[in-house]
Design a protein around this ligand. Structure first.
Ligand code: SAM
Length: 241
């Protein structure tokens, strides 16, 4: 069945008031008709079988029939903190991180970040997160935070109970996998640097703020490849326990 994320505010007593964009998607793109069913998700963990029904003021609305118990989420909450890569590289990072089960995506502007995103970029990334969550059959739509300077991110960390891993190249840092085994902590943050890498002061400040430096192996991965490797390791460890 096709999947559609609806905002909880659209649900009133089991009726879903669809937006024009959602009607277009269900009717024109998916070619569903009155009586057809799809899966509605609120993006916060709840899913239902829904049916298209006739409506007075619009071609159709949707009715929630029954709640369904699905669980495709990772057992740990993972935040990806990523220095924005140049060009449109972050589009792919956002899509792949969502497919791999990330809970929160926190873009940061580091000393060597070249991209300073417009508000249109943020809207675009939000749309990609939602599409990827639907496509990969997630129950939640990951949170996408607004970009902040890396120093602000470090200041805001406070003493949240999370294990923070800073991916660094060319170092004797332990491999991320050894930090996730035998059991990862319930909440993990993984930070990936930009194309030019983290600067030494950034690494020092991150360690002072409780980040642990980790390696992803002996080869230098592209900034857009590194999050895929790191998140695949987290997913593999969680899903084989
Ligand atoms: N010349 C840069 C350097 O040596 O750091 C290359 C940076 S790399 C293209 C971009 C980011 O991906 C790095 O800052 C790091 O966070 C992550 N990364 C890439 N390969 C890695 C590896 N083998 N181990 C850990 N992190 C890696």
């Amino acid at each position: 069945m096709q999947r559609l994320v609806v905002d909880p505010h659209q649900i009133h007593a089991r009726q879903v008031v669809l937006t024009a964009e959602q009607r277009h998607y269900l009717g024109r793109v998916l070619r569903l008709r009155v009586g057809d069913r799809f899966i509605a998700l609120d993006g916060k963990g709840q899913s239902w079988v829904a049916k298209l029904v006739k409506a007075e003021a619009s071609p159709f609305e949707a009715e929630l029939l029954e709640a369904i118990a699905l669980n495709t989420e990772l057992s740990v909450a993972v935040t990806l903190t990523m220095a924005l890569p140049k060009g449109s590289g972050f589009d792919e990072v956002v899509r792949q991180a969502t497919e791999l089960g990330v809970t929160c995506i926190a873009p940061v502007i580091s000393d060597r970040t070249l991209l300073h995103p417009s508000s249109q970029k943020l809207e675009r990334w939000q749309r990609i997160v939602q599409e990827a969550a639907e496509q990969s059959e997630r129950q939640i739509v990951p949170t996408l935070l607004e970009p902040v300077p890396f120093s602000t991110h470090l200041r805001n960390m406070g003493d949240r109970p999370s294990s923070h891993y800073l991916c660094v190249t060319r170092s004797s840092a332990p491999h991320l996998l050894t930090r996730l085994m035998p059991e990862p902590s319930r909440s993990i943050t993984i930070a990936i640097g930009p194309e030019g890498g983290w600067t030494e002061p950034e690494i020092e400040q991150a360690i002072a703020a409780s980040y642990q430096p980790v390696s992803l192996g002996s080869r230098i991965l592209r900034a857009v490849t590194a999050p895929v490797v790191a998140l695949s390791l987290v997913a593999a460890v969680c899903e084989t326990q």
